[in-house]
Structure formats: C-alpha cells, structure tokens
Write a protein that binds this ligand. Sequence first.
Ligand SMILES: [Zn+2]
Length: 87
Amino acid sequence: MTDPSGPAKVECRQIAELLADYLEGSLPQSVKELIDWHIEACGPCVAFVNTYRGTVNAATKLRDVEIPSELKQRLLNVLRSSRSSAR
Ligand SMILES: [Zn+2]
C-alpha cells in the first residue's frame, strides 16, 4: 500500500488509533469520512473494525451487569486497604 492516492493515505495504524473515537462518533466529520473511505477499500481494516465492534459490544454488555452491592463493598475495601498499604 504505497500508492499515495489510495486508501494508504490514511495508514491502518492510524485507523487503529482513531477507531475508538470513530465508533464513539466523537471524531470530526472530515476525519470520520476519511476513515470510512479507507475502511471501504481496506480489507484488513474492515476485519479490524468488526473485531473492535465485537469487543465494544462485549464491554458494554459487561457494564450493564449490576455488581451486587456486597461485592462492590468488598471491592472498595480491597481498593482502600491496598491504597493505604502502598504508602
Ligand atoms: Zn487499512
């Protein structure tokens, strides 16, 4: 991918770096379009986006799960004690 007029104008590495923001929709429209355009012409990036989407979905599902308050309290205690012992 060395053709400067092709999708390589945006490097796959850059796509990977911007992907989180891209999927969140927090990128400027111009950048978003550039990524859209790159992905359309770049198989590896399509696969990457799909994988990433799957990861995000899994993470979202995980976040929806309520942590039992007892467990949360225990976690907080562990965090507090580890923080104070770190001093
Ligand atoms: Zn790519």
